[in-house]
Design a protein around this ligand. Structure first.
Ligand code: AMP
Length: 437
């Protein structure tokens, strides 16, 4: 199957082939060429693939083909996905790939009034893309039924578990007919994910596309040791000095995302922030402005940015290192979409050294250090300094506290180490700015 080099060989029906051609795709991505033939035969699938690999088309195209151009307007396909942005994006992909077919789809997610979603459901749809919470709400209100579902996709399963959706997912799966085709996608594999996949799939084909290292390899990565108090200055400096045209900045907290965006706006850099406290409309507008170039910098938290499909991000900047090393891979992958190359800058303060260590262990490489005006010797030398415990708030906090990620545990175990946070941050004889690239 891996020898497939053109969409023609996948034997897609003409309306799908036309849509793919219209998108300018000529060669299927590895996950597409490995998945589509088996999926067209009706097999279940477990796909280890991140966003950016073309996995959305890998499941949408065969599903649309197998739905066989009958339009009864009952839910035959259900796609479950963790975030509203991803749901909206998958909905858009159904419009794109299904342009020359007559299926109707709708997207439902929380954080917005349910009225319009209920109206769309009442009119009848063939395809439903949903986040688990809102789907369960509407199921409980009997606004929809899953009894006719023939195709079920569980997308970003690892993130679902991370976000504490496991119970919701189990309740939803319990309402699906036994006779169905199930597709399961996850960026990472763990015993917990494997258990969920096994409970869901029958004799699945297994496809692993673009292992994490592949994305990592395509991204030029630079590490900036800097005191926390100098991060904003360094950021401003980089944004002015480099040819950074479209920059996605990551912070660990919503508060910090807001703070960085406000700081940039104050310094005449067009910026906006997206995170879970922003209304859906504000998030949609921020992403649109970023995509169209109206806003040069988008500041995001990990969950808000997960899976958002924005092409041509020139740079990812980790204003704060993530406390889960896998998030680093997801973050920097945002600048290397569908084969493109990208650049990622990371700021590391003394109290983030443990995060850096976990990241380098995961990606199995040392990230190149860049010396710069605000270089912090303290941060560079702070090997083994303690990282602050992860602080979570609200719904997510209570959900996540029930489990515990391995990286959190590893950070916790390292926390007893000596901290060098009190070291003097900057010496008087600062190293000259020299962007080693
Ligand atoms: P996904 O991993 O599904 O989020 O897709 C990532 C990006 O790859 C999207 O912008 C798609 O439009 C694009 N894409 C998907 N399949 C192909 C393909 N065969 N050739 C070129 N680009 C593609």
């Amino acid at each position: 199957m891996e020898d497939i080099t053109s969409f023609k060989e996948l034997n897609l029906i003409q309306p799908l082939e036309k849509a793919v051609t219209k998108q300018g795709y000529t060669v299927p991505t590895p996950i597409q060429s490995k998945s589509i033939p088996g999926l067209l035969e009706g097999k279940d699938l477990i796909g280890i693939a991140q966003t950016g690999t073309g996995k959305t088309a890998a499941f949408i195209l065969p599903i649309l083909q197998r739905m066989t151009e009958k339009y009864p307007r009952i839910i035959k396909t259900l796609v479950l996905t963790p975030t509203r942005e991803l749901a909206a994006q998958i909905g858009d992909s159904f419009s794109v790939y299904g342009e020359f077919l007559k299926f109707k789809h709708t997207v439902i997610f929380g954080g917005v009034p349910q009225r319009n979603q209920c109206l769309a459901l009442a009119k009848g749809v063939d395809i439903l893309v949903a986040t688990p919470g809102r789907l369960l709400d509407l199921m409980n209100q009997r606004k929809l039924t899953l009894k006719d579902v023939e195709f079920f996709v569980l997308d970003e399963a690892d993130r679902m578990l991370d976000m504490g959706f496991i119970h919701d997912i189990k309740k939803i799966i319990a309402k699906l007919p036994h006779k169905r085709q199930s597709l399961f996608f996850s960026a990472t594999m763990s015993p917990e994910i494997n258990k969920l996949a096994t409970s869901l799939l029958k004799n699945p084909i297994y496809v692993a596309a673009a292992p994490q290292a592949t994305t990592v390899e395509r991204v030029k990565q630079c590490m900036y040791f800097v005191d926390s108090s100098d991060k904003e200055k360094l950021l401003l400096d980089l944004l002015k000095q480099e040819h950074l045209t479209s920059v996605l900045i990551f912070t660990r907290t919503k508060h910090k995302a807001n703070k960085v965006a406000l700081f940039l706006e104050k310094h005449k850099v067009s910026a906006d922030a997206i995170h879970g406290n922003k209304s859906q409309n504000a998030r949609t507008k921020a992403i649109k402005d970023f995509k169209t170039g109206k806003v040069k910098v988008l500041v995001a938290t990990d969950i808000a940015a997960r899976g958002i499909d924005i092409e041509n991000i020139s740079h990812v900047i980790n204003f704060e290192l993530p406390n889960e090393p896998e998030s680093y891979v997801h973050r920097i992958g945002r600048t290397a979409r569908a084969g493109a190359e990208g650049t990622a800058f990371s700021f590391c303060a003394a109290d983030e050294r443990n995060y850096l260590r976990s990241i380098e262990k995961l990606i199995k490489q040392k990230i190149e250090i860049v010396k710069h005006e605000f270089h912090s010797e303290a941060a560079e030398k702070a090997i083994g300094s303690a990282a602050k415990p992860r602080r979570r708030t609200g719904r997510q906090s209570s959900r996540r506290s029930k489990r515990g990620s391995s990286s959190q545990q590893s950070n916790r175990s390292q926390r007893g180490n000596k901290s060098s946070r009190n070291s003097k941050p900057k010496s008087n004889n600062k190293p000259k700015r020299s962007f080693r690239r």
